[in-house]
Design a protein around this ligand. Sequence first.
Ligand code: FAD
Length: 263
Amino acid sequence: MKVLLVFAHPEPRSLNGRLRDVAVAELEAQGHEVRVSDLYADNWKSAVDLADFPVLPPGERLIPVQASKKAFQTGTLTDDVEAEIEKLLWADALILQFPLWWFAMPAILKGWVDRVFAYGFAYGVGEHSEQRWGDRYGEGTLSGKRAMLIVTAGGWEEHYTPRGINGPIEDLLFPIQHGILYYPGYDVLPPFVAYRADGLKETGFEPLAERLRERMRDFPFTTPIPFRRQNAGDYLIPSMQLKTGLELAGETGFALHRRASAA
Ligand code: FAD
């Protein structure tokens, strides 16, 4: 497989940096080809602004959705964004790696998504009508490819369980896994999460690294999270509501959008 790993940590000697090296080495040992986008090292520009749309006539109001659409259609996205899109199309699989910062991804990575997932590429794809609400959530430009998160967190695993104070990790990661990765078509694998990262001792590193190597070895075969496909009959169109009766008894919230076989 060809794998793109997008790395978002400012310090190469960090725990994240070490885990990235472990992941890349294991993937390469398995015969996969790996490219890395190291956002801090590349000084990635994270804010969407006028500089992203150099062909916008001077003085014209910036409407980000329209400007993104036009730039994608006319091939006038900036070179840094074009380069990332080329890598995404090249790769059979995408890994996003980051430390959990305020229950989300670091701003630099969010800015990578904001700028690279352009209209016509990652959203606004396919027919939008009363009968069909585009190619998304399981369909789209990146369908047929795999994606996965590698995340480190300061909190304990118990803090991220259904009764844990931070909320369940699958809920916290839902906007990334479902909203960012599944939306443009990726099959999303369960995440690799390293808990209690700040307190990690030297002796704790090797077991963690081995757990990550195992995930990298299984990468091509791991069963994706069974998110419901938008256009496979589970949702009413155009209200995009899950049809009544498809949920398990008492099921609410994000869990509704995973098929029952998720359990
Ligand atoms: P590092 O700081 O590089 O390392 C962590 C520990 O691992 C250190 O003790 C280090 O000595 C050790 N270590 C590093 N490399 C090795 C190695 N090779 N071998 C052995 N030991 C090693 N956590 C949450 O759970 N939820 C949050 O919402 C959250 N928000 C945050 C917001 C901010 C702005 C910040 C700065 C932190 C937040 N945290 C949160 C904590 C954060 O998730 C952790 O600090 C981060 O995941 C640790 O990863 P790192 O790569 O930065 O680790």
